[in-house]
Design a protein around this ligand. Structure first.
Ligand code: ATP
Ligand code: MG
Length: 721
């Protein structure tokens, strides 16, 4: 491709950034203005025009999915494969560095990545050993604290604890870190901190990487945390070719330690040239105008303007559903209409605030035979049966992996009881050794009954013999043999019903995944199995099985960052849900929720629906919410309200719900849904729902002053208004 083609399809500002001389740059611009596009073209420019080797380029993105996409976009632009370039997430890249220099980082070659579940389980074990009551001090709270400290680059020795509470947190942090170090385990935050410390303390190594990476590019920079920023700055050294792109209005990970101030810090530290992009190419003028109006309610902004010369498009439709079932039905109905128009399912995205909201939608899609795919949520590698199998493989490669040991020592059940286990744990604690070796000592010391000894021995021998047998096999055969010999397959085959079947299928899928796995060329794993285990903990779930199937895309608002879809639904846009309840309690959080809303809205290219429900059952409780303030903040000329008279009743037995779209009159009540009524005591309200018949019938009314109530129809004496 020649140079002019590289600049085709870019506007003047974008060209300025792509074709700039080597210098440090900040591209600051709103959603859909082509930031990611500029970054990709800049990489191609560096290679074609500056004659830089791919080996000298480091590009950081926010998710593995985005990293994959970036690589393929660069390859498409250059019309050929690029190898040797490092493109990945902060975690992925740091992990690669640790693998290559595990010795210098004081890690065993077979070190394992601890996911958040494993981490909590490990902390729980420590709390028990330290006699800390988990009811008062939940393990998750410690996990949170430890993560937050590491994100700021702080080790226990760097922290001064002022109160008793923090002293305890600190004590557990220190104990946890010891335990991880002993077992050769690293959690997610540790990956970053450890690789930062490695570079900071090994000047030769640092120089090597600084010389290598002449060019660094970072997408979604607004969501970097402290340690990520320090990592970048260290690696950059005196380099004059760093490009960061970002949008302060899309900073949505403050709750996880991201610091939007890093943008200002970057300008200061790197003496960077700022380029602003102002034309939006993604959304209709209406969607853009409404998004701009919404975000203008935030006080703390760096300030940007965004325009488009595209069509006005349709207004944003606001749907007031009666409840979450009605909301799901509405979404399904609109998606079907979209399909009838000759469009594809994968062009539709449903975005929600919390993962738990997906279930009702999934059920509605299933019922209508619409395929869907969930990003995030219950990920494949986090499912019970998959974790069981992975823990066998982990223990086979690393006997120090206590989390894996605990999970599988009695799975499938082999008669190892709590008493035996606590003997082993005590011994591990007293002798400061991993559970595996403690189990051996306990047997040798004859503390256990004959039966228990047999059971534990059987387990230890199983793992040893698996290790020996799989040595000669390829990865797929290794997984297959382990899943069979461990008894996991038989155990799940014996589990009855749909669930058991799904589990067996998942185990088969795991074997498949091993068959398809290709270790990355640039990384050095001593065996494919080690590479695969690292992959499962880092890439978990982001590319679920049927990646290429046409399906509705479902995800949280957070995971939608950077993506775009022709048709977008935002559901559950209600006070208390979005903005979330917690956002009222912490300062700054409300603005972050508004930015999240801005991110959601600006994913839409052609049509945007925003839905809210008047009543919603979530986590087993029914709640009544008013529409989110964010809806009120949209200019009235950009929105239209839809209200279909739908009668939706909740299922009395679990499972399906029924709904009929009619101008429904509740049969013997004489009232219609949405009708305004007056009650002698509660005043005026709107009819929401109706249940039962005759003397037993009950009616649900959302009263203007006192909120929603169920009343026995016969006694309510409602007057139509
Ligand atoms: N100069 C241009 N001409 C035509 N289309 C463009 C141009 N620049 C960008 N686009 C298109 O606009 C859309 C948005 O671009 P891109 O995803 O790079 O924006 P972004 O600024 O990274 O958005 P976000 O803030 O959401 O990450 C993409 O479909 C992209 O291909
Ligand atoms: Mg982008």
């Amino acid at each position: 491709m020649d140079v002019s083609e590289l600049l085709d399809g870019l506007n003047d500002k974008q060209r300025e950034a792509v074709a700039a001389p080597l210098q440090n740059m900040l591209v600051l611009a709103g959603a859909g203005s082509g930031k990611t596009r500029v970054l990709v073209h800049r990489i191609a420019w560096l290679m074609q025009v500056e004659q830089s080797s791919p080996y000298s380029i480091l590009a950081v993105t926010f998710t593995n999915k985005a990293a994959k996409e970036m690589r393929s976009r660069v390859e498409a632009t250059l019309q050929g494969p690029v190898s040797g370039m490092w493109i990945g997430t902060f975690h992925g890249l740091s992990h690669r560095i640790l693998r290559q220099h595990h010795k210098e980082a004081n890690l065993p070659e077979s070190f394992q990545v601890l996911d958040s579940d494993d981490q909590v389980r490990m902390i729980r074990r420590l709390l028990k050993a330290m006699n800390i009551d988990e009811k008062k001090w939940p393990a998750k709270q410690f996990a949170w604290y430890i993560g937050a400290q590491k994100d700021e680059g702080r080790r226990p020795k760097d922290i001064q604890a002022f109160d008793l509470n923090e002293q305890l947190m600190l004590k557990v942090y220190a104990a946890y870190q010891d335990a991880c170090d002993r077992a050769g385990l690293v959690d997610f935050a540790e990956i970053l901190l450890r690789s930062y410390e490695l570079l900071a303390t090994q000047p030769t190594l640092l120089r090597h990487y600084q010389n290598r990476f002449a060019h660094m590019l970072v997408d979604e920079f607004q969501d970097t945390n402290r340690i990520q920023y320090l990592w970048l700055r260290l690696l950059a050294g005196g380099s004059r070719s760093i490009m960061i792109v970002g949008d302060d209005d899309q900073s949505i990970y403050g709750w996880r330690g991201a610091r939007v101030e890093n943008i200002r810090q970057f300008l200061e530290d790197f003496d960077a040239h700022t380029i602003r992009l102002e034309q939006n190419y993604r959304s209709t003028a209406t969607i853009l105008k409404a998004s701009n109006a919404l975000i203008s309610n935030n006080a703390e902004r760096m300030g940007k303007s965004l325009w488009t010369d595209g069509v006005d498009g349709e207004p944003i439709s606001i749907y007031a559903a009666f409840n979450e079932l009605d909301e799901a039905r509405f979404v399904v109905g609109k998606i079907k209409t979209w399909l009838q128009g000759g469009n594809a399912l994968q062009e539709c995205a449903v975005l929600y605030r919390n993962n738990a909201q997906s279930r009702i939608l999934e059920e509605a899609f299933l019922q209508e035979g619409l395929k869907y795919r969930i990003y995030g949520g219950m990920r494949f590698f986090e499912r019970q049966e998959i974790k069981d199998a992975l823990c066998y493989l982990r223990l086979i490669t690393n006997r120090n992996d206590d989390a894996a040991f605990e999970r599988i020592i009695n799975t499938p059940v082999r008669g190892i009881g709590d008493k035996t286990l606590s003997h082993i744990r005590d011994c591990a604690r007293n002798t400061s050794q991993p559970l595996w070796y403690a189990a051996k000592s306990v047997i040798a010391e004859k503390h256990l009954s004959g039966r228990a000894v047999n059971a534990v021995n059987q387990f230890l021998e199983l793992v040893e013999s698996l290790e020996q047998t799989i040595d000669e096999l390829n990865l797929e055969q290794q997984a297959k043999l382990t899943i069979e010999r461990s008894g996991l397959m038989a155990m799940y085959q014996a589990e009855k019903g749909e669930k058991g079947r799904a589990r067996v299928e998942n185990l088969e899928e795991l074997i498949n995944a091993c068959g398809q796995y290709e270790p990355p060329v640039e990384e050095e794993f001593s065996t494919p199995l080690q590479g695969f285990l690292a992959y499962t903990s880092l890439e978990a779930g982001e590319g679920q099985a049927e990646e290429h199937e046409d399906a509705v895309q479902m995800m949280t608002l957070h995971s939608a960052k950077g993506l775009e879809f022709p048709l977008v639904f935002m559901v559950g846009v209600e006070e208390g849900m979005f903005p979330s309840q917690q956002s009222h309690e912490e300062s700054g959080r409300l603005e972050e929720e508004r930015r999240l809303c801005y991110v959601g809205m600006t994913r839409a290219m052609t049509k945007l629906y925003i839905c809210h429900a008047e009543s919603r059952r979530l986590y087993g409780q029914e709640k009544y919410h008013s529409p989110s303030r964010f809806i009120r903040e949209l200019p009235t000329d950009c929105v239209e309200e839809i209200r279909i008279k739908t009668q939706v009743t909740r299922p009395t037995s679990a499972g399906r719900f029924s709904a009929t779209v009619t101008h429904a009159v509740f049969e013997d009540s004489g009232f219609t849904l949405g009708q305004r009524v007056l009650h002698a005591k509660f005043g005026a309200g709107t009819v929401l729902n109706y249940e039962g018949s005759g003397a037993q019938s009950r009616i649900q009314v959302n009263f203007d002053d006192v909120g929603s109530k169920w009343l026995v129809t016969a006694y309510a004496r409602l007057q139509p208004l």
